[in-house]
Design a protein around this ligand. Structure first.
Ligand code: MLT
Length: 314
């Protein structure tokens, strides 16, 4: 056990490379968002941020690794709604507690999701897809980024709300899951709107519906929100953010958060995120305390959602 004076450490911090653990495969939405933000924050701090992809089990493997790391300001976790929100309700034996084992550092912007099918799909709308799944329970395959990932959770909510039964196929991240959707190995996937966009614009996938309640005419012209006709009241977006293992010096959290806020002052950057369909939040929502509160309330909210929708890791 190493002892150190928090004050002295924080003064010198960051003295070497910092690692952000991304618990999904490279090239997916969590990875893309993390790399973009890490790049901007690292420039503000004058220190390299290394992204470490530790994929598997819907993000819970990487999160467990981060929870066990030394809270010295050099290892962080990029967390999201799944393993840091719904995780405790979904996994009977989770080796970490999103609230007790982590200090929230800052929240990222949110991303809505898009219901996607391959180019030769017979489904031309979400209503088509629901009708087909009703006619043949278990026949329609949905790929997802791992059990408890947001692509899995949103598909499970869609299943519950639409009253259908589909087969979920788990991958180590949205990147391999989307590759198999493009290749026609699976039928449907919910992916984050930002990483799905180049696939849709490039003509490799078709977007059938959005999980946001408003349309996204700039990014997805003509694509309706699910809430519009098919599933009134349906609304979902993935939240993300940065966490440190519990007990990290307070100054480290503050410096990291300040560097992020400064980076967000770059209007060209925030405009580019907006153009990808990323939902920017009021500055107050990004703060460590607000993000800690959000995490705790999400853990509680998901307990209810998981029970009500009977989401199971099968
Ligand atoms: C998810 O669907 O939970 C994530 O976006 C997975 C990923 O980033 O690959």
């Amino acid at each position: 056990c190493i002892t150190f004076s928090a004050g002295a450490l924080a003064q010198a911090w960051p003295a070497r490379n910092i690692t952000w653990i991304v618990p999904f495969a490279a090239g997916g939405p969590t990875d893309a968002m993390a790399r973009d933000i890490a790049d901007k924050v690292s420039k503000q701090m004058g220190q390299v941020i290394v992204i470490e992809n530790a994929a598997g089990a819907g993000g819970t493997i990487g999160a467990a690794k981060a929870a066990r790391a030394t809270p010295d300001g050099y290892t962080f976790l990029v967390g999201h709604m799944g393993y840091m929100g719904a995780g405790p309700a979904l996994y009977k034996k989770l080796s970490y507690d999103p609230v007790k084992d982590f200090d929230a550092v800052f929240r990222f912007p949110d991303t809505p999701l898009v219901l996607l099918v391959g180019k030769s799909s017979p489904y031309k709308s979400a209503a088509d897809l629901i009708a087909a799944a009703k006619a043949a329970p278990g026949k329609v395959n949905f790929s997802n980024a791992g059990l408890g990932s947001s692509s899995h959770l949103i598909a499970a909510l869609f299943e519950a709300k639409a009253g259908i039964d589909v087969t979920q196929v788990a991958y180590k991240g949205a990147a391999p899951a989307i590759n198999d959707l493009i290749a026609g190995q699976v039928d449907v996937m919910f992916d984050q709107s930002n990483t799905a966009l180049p696939q849709v614009q490039g003509g490799r996938l078709t977007a059938l519906a959005l999980t946001s309640t408003s349309p996204m005419p700039q990014q997805y012209p003509g694509v309706p929100p699910l809430a519009e006709k098919v599933l009134p009241g349906f609304e979902a977006a993935t939240w993300y953010g940065l966490y440190a293992p519990k007990g990290v010096p307070r100054e480290v959290v503050q410096k990291m958060h300040q560097a992020y806020l400064k980076a967000l002052g770059d209007k060209e950057w925030t405009r580019r995120m907006g153009s990808q369909g990323i939902l920017l939040l009021p500055d107050a929502s990004y703060a460590p305390e607000a993000f800690a509160k959000h995490t705790a309330s999400e853990v509680e909210r998901w307990r209810k959602v998981v029970t009500d929708a009977k989401i199971q890791l099968d």
